[in-house]
Design a protein around this ligand. Structure first.
Ligand SMILES: NC(=O)c1ccc[n+]([C@@H]2O[C@H](COP(=O)([O-])OP(=O)(O)OC[C@H]3O[C@@H](n4cnc5c(N)ncnc54)[C@H](OP(=O)(O)O)[C@@H]3O)[C@@H](O)[C@H]2O)c1
Length: 234
């Protein structure tokens, strides 16, 4: 799609990958709304980049509904959803699985993404156009020790993405899964501060580039899935 003058909704746009994606879309002439849980950070980041802030938690159904009401009141149509909000947690071997942590992670990474996708899909079907990007992880490609909770949540998102591709292709809607490897962000940081970039780690900019490249393809085609790794992570 030609991004200039298009309208996009990015969940978790107040830091890391979502923030870098919003900045890149705005630089290309698109209009963007970002969501997040911390209202002060969200307002500050949105104002600095020229995005619209919608204070909303993807894990809450009422917040998801309100997000779309606010978005459509302001922008009238939706061209792209980036389902990016995600959390880690519950890192433990299987015999120490914490079900409460698993529910919290699934509420955001799986059920939150599903609710956001459901609303976007209804809009896209009416428009007969749209672009939906789900941000999973290379943890959706291979499991690892202590990863039951997070890795399985991203496998679930990957599975949903393939279902949505089948559901929405007949409606001219492009659905893409993006799987980043490790990126220096605030992910997993209790103080929610962004980690400083390291020469051997991915930056949010590489993931934003991949997301926007998938979106920019002519709507006749779509990229089902892509992964991004650091060239030299050692
Ligand atoms: N960083 C990595 O190494 C890496 C690797 C692979 C995949 N990913 C995935 O990439 C996505 C973005 O992560 P990131 O690294 O950019 O992390 P981040 O810097 O922690 O940013 C996460 C963003 O999501 C928001 N958020 C979290 N929970 C939310 C919720 N329930 N509702 C709405 N917004 C919420 C955060 O806002 P608040 O701070 O206000 O909560 C923040 O804006 C996630 O899905 C993550 O799983 C990250």
């Amino acid at each position: 799609m030609q991004l200039k003058d298009t309208n996009h909704l990015i969940t978790g746009g107040s830091s890391g990958i979502g923030k870098a994606t919003a900045e890149l879309l705005i630089a290309k002439g698109a209009r963007v709304a970002i969501t997040g849980r911390d209202p002060m950070k969200l307002a500050r980041v949105a104002e600095a980049m020229g995005a619209h802030a919608i204070h909303a938690d993807v894990a809450k159904e009422s917040d998801v509904k309100r997000t779309y009401v606010e978005f459509l009141e302001r922008f009238e149509r939706l061209d792209g959803l980036v389902n990016n909000a995600g959390i880690g947690g519950g890192w433990a071997p299987i015999d120490e699985l914490n079900m409460e942590a698993m529910r919290q992670v699934y509420d955001v990474n799986v059920f939150g993404a599903a609710m956001m996708g459901q609303e976007a899909a209804a809009i896209f079907k009416k428009q007969n156009s749209g672009c939906l990007i789900n941000i999973a992880s290379t943890a959706a490609l291979k499991g690892y020790a202590k990863g039951t909770v997070y890795s399985s949540s991203k496998w679930a998102l990957r599975g949903m993405t393939q279902c949505w591709q089948a559901d929405l292709r007949p409606h001219n809607v492009a659905v893409t899964l993006v799987n980043p490897s490790e990126v220096a962000t605030a992910f997993g940081a209790e103080n929610r501060e962004e980690r400083t970039a390291a020469h051997n780690k991915l930056r949010s900019e590489e993931i934003a580039h991949a997301i926007v490249a998938a979106m920019e393809m002519d709507p006749r085609g779509f990229i089902p899935e892509l992964a991004v790794f650091a060239t030299n992570p050692w």
